[in-house]
Design a protein around this ligand. Structure first.
Ligand SMILES: *[C@@H]1O[C@H](CO)[C@@H](O)[C@H](O)[C@H]1NC(C)=O
Ligand SMILES: *[C@@H]1O[C@H](CO)[C@@H](O)[C@H](O)[C@H]1NC(C)=O
Ligand SMILES: *[C@@H]1O[C@H](CO)[C@@H](O)[C@H](O)[C@H]1NC(C)=O
Ligand SMILES: *[C@@H]1O[C@H](CO)[C@@H](O)[C@H](O)[C@H]1NC(C)=O
Ligand SMILES: *[C@@H]1O[C@H](CO)[C@@H](O)[C@H](O)[C@H]1NC(C)=O
Ligand SMILES: *[C@@H]1O[C@H](CO)[C@@H](O)[C@H](O)[C@H]1NC(C)=O
Length: 402
């Protein structure tokens, strides 16, 4: 029990530590080396830079602009580039000294490609071997023992947080370089329908204008916050009441025209424009972190992110436990006190769709819906469970690395 407490407080410390300390900044480090500007640019574009800045005890195997242009000449998609570059992030600290003194002359290093689960099976490991003549060779494990990429020089070492080294060329891995499906070919309504957001997906399919807006935005980056079936079902009567253009704006309000990973959402508070935002019509909401939870707020509703359906750049789809109401279409709910008075606790057990509340004091108000409650419960289990597993895993890897 004491150990558990210790472990938990350690976990707490680690998770708060990673949230609040400002460590290295890979963009800044590589910015001092103009011949690595392309590699640096793509670390930012693929959002790997943020992942790298969040981690410690890592090694970045950077390649110069010439090596990057060779890679780019094959016109890989951004998702493929992300896979390839994440293979260049070793989850261990290899300074120059350690590279030349590898125990028994050879080691396998796990990479970010392997750690993110994008790599099938045991691929995603990089073999580092001290070869003859004091050279250090690198080869992805799926490359039949070829070690024809070599260590060139150290660019920066911050023991034991991050080591940035130059290697002679891009690590050749068929697995990482495999084409990823074109994002625009993904059917987002199918993804939603299969994972608890069928009612929302059906509403989208029934509104071609809104679904086209979604589809057209996938390639350039799209984040969707789709309400789970229970809350959206309860909301349906009000949705049906909207005008045709109101329905389109309302549906578009749940899409944001940029890609936002969960990690990015957790580190960004602020106003989000949506697909429905159009000049005067703001149709925005506020993202606010509440501990480990990400909440989305409008004047009358605060929804929580309940789960992740897909998070593959450029597309992320999350589920939410409540239906966010844009203030442009729904007048603000009365002040919370009044709302409690209007809707006593017993209304929790009433179907919101049948309690005849006028549309400007939403029956789907934050606490009035039993379906919400279920979703809340499930949501917290999903979120906390996932987080604890993730933190324990990272703790384990830290301990292993010590
Ligand atoms: C190493 O990382 C830790 C945790 O992010 C940070 O507190 C520390 O300042 C870093 N060390 C250096 C030398 O940057
Ligand atoms: C990292 O460095 C770059 C370039 O110096 C800067 O633009 C960026 O804001 C920095 N990122 C963080 C998280 O400090
Ligand atoms: C790395 O590759 C070399 C050459 O194929 C091989 O001899 C060595 O056993 C490999 N190292 C590990 C740790 O698998
Ligand atoms: C997605 O699939 C649904 C049926 O599963 C279909 O009605 C819809 O048109 C598809 N959307 C696209 C953009 O292909
Ligand atoms: C739909 O609109 C009508 C007329 O404005 C209103 O009386 C009714 O309560 C609304 N229904 C819902 C479910 O909001
Ligand atoms: C919550 O979980 C229960 C049991 O796993 C399931 O029956 C229910 O449909 C879930 N509710 C939502 C809103 O996902």
């Amino acid at each position: 029990m004491q150990r558990l407490t210790l472990l938990l407080s350690l976990l707490f410390f680690l998770s708060t530590a990673t949230t609040f300390t400002r460590g290295h900044n890979i963009t800044h480090i590589l910015g001092k080396h103009p011949s690595f500007s392309t590699f640096n640019h793509y670390l930012t574009l693929t959002h790997l830079a943020g992942e790298i800045n969040r981690r410690t005890t890592i090694t970045i195997c950077a390649v110069d602009n010439a090596a990057m242009s060779e890679l780019l000449s094959k016109h890989p998609s951004i998702a493929t580039i992300k896979n390839i570059l994440s293979l260049h992030v070793l989850l261990d600290y290899f300074g120059t000294k350690k590279l030349h003194q590898i125990r028994e002359g050879t080691a396998l290093a796990a990479t970010m490609f392997q750690a993110t689960g994008s790599a099938p099976g045991s691929s995603g490991f990089v073999n580092i071997t001290d070869v003859k003549g004091g050279k250090v060779g690198f080869g992805p494990e799926d490359n039949e023992g070829n070690l024809d990429v070599f260590y060139v020089k150290s660019l920066e070492e911050i023991p034991y947080n991050i080591s940035v080294i130059q290697i002679s060329k891009v690590l050749p891995s068929d697995v990482a370089a495999a084409p990823t499906p074109e994002p625009s070919a993904m059917n987002i309504t199918d993804i939603m329908s299969a994972h608890g957001c069928k009612v929302f997906a059906d509403a989208l399919i029934a509104n071609p204008e809104a679904s086209k807006t979604y589809q057209d935005n996938i390639d350039g980056g799209l984040t969707v916050f789709c309400p789970l079936d229970d809350p959206f079902k309860a909301f349906s009567p009000k949705f049906k009441n909207l005008t045709a253009s109101g329905k389109v704006s309302f549906l578009e309000f749940f899409g944001v025209p940029i890609y936002q990973s969960l990690a990015m959402l957790k580190s960004n508070n602020g106003i989000m424009n949506t697909l429905a935002t159009d000049g005067e019509k703001k149709f925005d909401f506020t993202v606010q972190n509440d501990g480990e939870e990400v909440t989305l707020k409008t004047r009358s509703v605060t929804a929580k992110i309940a789960g992740t359906l897909i998070d593959e750049q450029p597309l992320a789809i999350y589920t939410t436990d409540k239906v966010l109401l844009p203030k442009e279409l729904f007048k603000a709910a009365p002040a919370p006190e009044k709302e409690v008075a209007d809707a006593p606790k017993s209304s929790k057990h009433k179907k919101p769709s049948s309690d005849g509340a006028p549309s400007d004091s939403p029956a789907d108000s934050p606490d009035g819906d039993p379906a919400d409650q279920t979703a809340d419960d499930n949501a917290s289990v999903t979120l906390h469970g996932g987080r604890v597993v993730a933190v324990v895993l990272s703790l384990c890897s830290r301990l292993l690395l010590l």
